[in-house]
Each structure stands twice: as C-alpha cells, then as structure tokens.
Design a protein around this ligand. Structure first.
Ligand code: PLP
Length: 219
C-alpha cells in the first residue's frame, strides 16, 4: 500500500474532530515529504537530534510535535520551532521550557504527560502533581508557556479493559479540569489502541507503525 493509501485508510477511521499526528520517528525525510504532500501536516518525533535534522530538510509549514521524553538540556534545540511538546513530565522541565520560550520570544504550547499505565518504565506526572502545575500556571507562573492539555500512554497489553480503564481515568481528569484551566487537547492513542482511545474521548492520536509500516531500528 502507498503512503497516500495508508493515510486515507487511517483517516477514514478517525472522526474529523480528532487530529492525527503522524509519528515519523526512524522514517526518512523523503517519506515524510511524501505524506506531507498528501495533506498531512502534523508529525511527531521522540528524539531531538532526529527532529532537528528533519526540521532542516522539510518545509517550514510542517507542524512538529515532540512526543517522547525530553531532556532539559535539549529544549534549546527545539524551542525556536516546535509546535507542541506532548511530554512535559516534571516541573523542572516546564521551567526550562519557560526560559527557552522567553529567549526565543515565543509562547510554547505543551501538554502535561500523565502516567496512567501500570508499567514502571513509563514517564509521567501523577494527577496530583499535574493539578499543582495547572494551579501554578493559573496563578501566573510560566507566562511563556501555554498548557493546552494532557497526554497519556496506556499499558502495553492485550487486555482492552485495562487500556480502557487507563484512558478513561485520564479523560475523567481532563473533563473535570477542562473549563477551569482552558484545556482543549487530550493526546492519547497509538497504532494498537487508538480506536479505544477515541472511544474514551481522545482528541489527538499519535500513529506511527499503522501509517508507515513496521519500524526498523537498525536502518
Ligand atoms: C512511537 C510512539 C508513538 C507511535 O507508536 P506506534 O505504535 O508506532 O503507533 C506514539 N506515541 C509515542 C510517545 C511514541 O513514542
């Protein structure tokens, strides 16, 4: 299947008010460009080095999303151009983002990543610490940051009930605080669980392998 067909196939399964982020990590600039010319403008990457190389090679109207864990010392490389950072998982990181946003004379848009999975390894804030950050923001801290919403990753499991439970817990928190803190984005769902995520209220899905085919990390 061509990338154009693959994109159309996925788009048919996504409601028009849910935004598709094409996760292009490990994919070539050529593949991204091909998909861009089919009308896809949002792309997600998880490694800063790879992201800045692709930023240099691709049209400036591409909207780049940082979706993976972000180290503080790398924020400066993406601050001039990043469209949305999905992976704010500590207050320290948010402070660094604020500083770099100011230096670049921009307001940087971010999502707070919340740990909803059972697994130990996944990054993310607790609901309580996310709420603390939202309150600080409301009280005037981080003036060069716009907290657009929340991001979460479900456990890697075939147990749909478990995945549903995790996505629903994030959606509940989102709905509870949406109005007060002006949240408009709920980023959840990947290739294997995006339909479940959409059923649980996702507004943004991050899809890689279902769109581009299986990743080959050795290339
Ligand atoms: C790789 C990645 C995705 C996409 O994964 P697929 O299973 O290939 O769709 C989504 N979100 C994050 C944070 C990722 O690192």
């Amino acid at each position: 299947m061509s990338l154009a067909d693959s994109l159309q196939t996925i788009l048919k399964t996504i409601p028009s008010d849910v935004r598709l982020i094409a996760v292009s990590k490990t994919r070539s600039a050529k593949e991204i460009e091909e998909m861009y010319h089919c009308g896809q403008i949002d792309f997600g990457e998880n490694k800063v080095q790879e992201l800045i190389e692709k930023y240099d090679q691709l049209p400036k109207s591409v909207r780049w999303h940082q979706i993976g864990h972000l180290q503080k010392n790398k924020v400066k490389y993406i601050a001039p151009f990043i469209y949305l950072i999905h992976s704010v998982d500590s207050i320290d990181l948010l402070e660094t983002i604020e500083k770099e946003a100011l230096k670049n004379n921009r307001t940087l848009s971010v999502l707070l990543q919340i740990k909803i999975a059972q697994e130990e390894s996944k990054y993310g804030l607790t609901f309580d610490s996310a709420l603390e950050i939202l309150k600080l923001k409301k009280d005037g801290k981080f003036p060069h940051v716009s907290i657009k919403g929340l991001m979460g990753m479900a456990s890697f499991t075939d147990n749909i009930n478990q995945v549903e439970k995790e996505f629903s817990s994030l959606h509940d928190f989102y709905i509870t605080h949406q109005k007060e803190y002006g949240l408009t984005v709920l980023s959840m769902g990947m290739s294997d669980d995006y339909l479940t995520a959409i059923n649980c209220g996702s507004t943004m899905v991050r899809i890689g392998s279902k769109l581009f085919g299986k990743r080959n990390y050795t290339v």
